[in-house]
Design a protein around this ligand. Structure first.
Ligand code: FAD
Ligand code: NAD
Length: 460
């Protein structure tokens, strides 16, 4: 029976990073993955293919609608969808193969098949044949899957999840998106830019629940201008295919007939078939694997990380936990600072956030001051012709410590890194305001918003 110090189940950003880090730490590591390609949801059907399509579709939109303002005349601009999808697939293949290479380089043994925990130190891999592995420690990193919605008959074609929406064979005439969360907005934008009519049905009276309300409200205005139709307060009761068309029903509204439906109402932890019941591993009230601060389950030797445990379902959160658990398994100290994990929505403009929202500070009655700086007043944003949006810095009213930074604007996803570092280092708004930011850059908006916390923005 093969013996390993650590067996990681799942090769997504949580699992593959944990495996590589544990191997770098000198442990004998195996990783079990049921899919042929490594990299998990993120690399295969999540972050990477969606960003490839967001990039291509935005370039098309720019060429079609915005190049002329730069004095560039293009004539008619056409989409070659099959080429666009092939480019996306090529990026996915390159990156998933890259993880294979990293496993070889770091001597991580890969087993292909479904991993099942049969005891505190044993995992059975059910693949073309069945192999039992002996492990001193087991790390569950099995990720998540799309949540179903009662009445919505997902057929994996006309009514599908994000996976189908990453590969529609033609631009739908009318796409209905159920859920105005991150997936709904990102993939809704892709198909709207390529020419689809997109209707987003959202149960709540707002989009992007959990995100700072001021920023989410601005996002809704901008995306509406780009052609997305939002119907808020819409509770979807059914969606089915009738005579080759999709019919979507909502409480108190006329049914909508459309060409395709994207169901994006959240994701659920992947715990089925893992043998958790038999192993006695406890789940929390929402069906996620319950862990303590050190990613330990209630069964000694069994750990869990990533989307399958509590916390934001984000690739970089899973990666941080992967590094931390590998270090803990090596006897080192490690922890993850959940206050400094950024979140980015890759619409155009991008929306990026880290730390506490204004709503959270109000609710917790934490005294704060806020500084806002609009991209309209930034030279680089003007040069780019991307002047929509703003940066908001929230700092403690007494200590000036940065508590949250929220950005809607060009390249917000890259800019938020500075704010995450500031929060990680316990910086004050004045620390950011006193740091030199190159001119002319979009990052100057963060410095100016930090100055604005004290009412001293220079350029606004
Ligand atoms: P996963 O990536 O889900 O990996 C788990 C792996 O475990 C899978 O490969 C699965 O096949 C395997 N597995 C499951 N059960 C077993 C078993 N019993 N035996 C063997 N293998 C098993 N996050 C971001 O941070 N940025 C983004 O831009 C972003 N975009 C996204 C876009 C979409 C469309 C989606 C769906 C998600 C996106 N996410 C994004 C979320 C991100 O993909 C997840 O947070 C991340 O992949 C979680 O990593 P993980 O390792 O926990 O799980
Ligand atoms: P989400 O939780 O972000 O949004 C789901 C939305 O569906 C919510 O607004 C919710 O109110 C709505 N909803 C729920 N039930 C509904 C109903 N019956 N009718 C209408 N609306 C309903 O979930 P998601 O967009 O599916 O994304 C899943 C996860 O994937 C997220 O947690 C996110 O972190 C991750 N993800 C991240 C990125 C990124 O980081 N850029 C991109 C995609 C996905």
């Amino acid at each position: 029976m093969p013996q390993h110090d650590v067996v990681v189940i799942g090769a997504g950003p949580g699992g593959y990073v944990a495996a590589i880090r544990a191997a770098q730490n000198g442990l004998n590591v195996a990783c079990v993955e049921v899919e042929g390609a490594l990299g998990g949801t993120c690399l295969r059907v999540g972050c990477i293919p969606s960003k490839a399509l967001l990039e291509s579709s935005e370039l098309y939109r720019m060429a079609r609608d915005h190049f002329a303002q730069h004095g560039i005349e293009t004539g008619g601009v056409q989409v070659d969808l099959s080429k666009m999808l092939a480019r996306k697939d090529q990026i996915v293949t390159g990156l998933t193969k890259g993880i294979e290479g990293l496993f070889k380089k770091n001597k991580v043994t890969r087993y292909k098949g479904l991993g099942k925990i049969t005891g505190p130190n044993t995992v059975v891999v059910e693949g073309t044949e069945s192999i039992e592995l002996q492990a001193k420690s087991i790390v569950i990193a099995t990720g998540s899957k799309s949540a179903p919605l009662r009445g919505v008959e997902v057929d994996g074609d006309l009514i599908g999840t994000s996976t189908e929406a990453l590969s529609f064979p033609a631009v739908p005439g009318h796409l209905v998106v159920i859920g105005a969360g991150v997936i709904g907005l990102e993939l809704g934008c892709v198909w709207a830019r390529l020419g689809a009519k997109v209707t987003v049905l959202e149960y709540l009276p707002r989009i992007l629940p959990g995100m700072d309300t001021e920023i989410a409200t601005e996002a809704q205005k901008i995306l509406t201008k780009q052609g997305l139709e939002f119907r808020l307060g819409s509770r979807v009761t059914s969606a089915k295919v009738v005579d080759g068309k999709c019919v979507v029903e909502c409480d108190g509204a006329e049914p909508i007939t459309c060409d395709r439906v994207l169901l994006a109402v959240g994701r659920l932890p992947n715990v089925d078939g893992l043998g958790l019941d038999a192993a006695g591993v406890k789940l929390d009230e929402r069906g996620r694997v319950a862990v303590d601060d050190h990613f330990r389950t209630n069964i000694p030797g069994i750990y869990a990380i990533g989307d399958v445990i509590a916390g934001p379902m984000l690739a970089h959160k899973a990666e941080e936990e992967g590094v931390a658990v590998a270090d803990i398994l090596t006897g080192r100290y490690a922890h993850v600072n959940y206050d400094a994990i950024p979140g980015v929505v890759y619409t155009e403009p991008e929306i990026a956030t880290v730390g506490k929202s204004e709503d959270q500070l109000k609710q917790a009655e934490i005294p704060y001051r806020k500084g806002i700086f609009p991209f309209m007043a930034n030279g680089r944003a003007k040069a780019l012709a991307h002047t929509e949006g703003r940066v908001k810095v929230l700092a403690h009213a007494e200590t000036d410590r940065v508590l949250g930074v929220h950005i809607i604007g060009p390249r917000a996803g890259d800019m938020i890194a500075e704010a995450a570092v500031a929060i990680e280092f316990g910086a004050s708004a004045e620390d950011i305001a006193r740091s030199s930011h190159a001119h002319p850059t979009l990052a100057e908006c963060i410095k100016e918003a930090a100055l604005a916390v004290d009412g001293r923005a220079i350029h606004f």
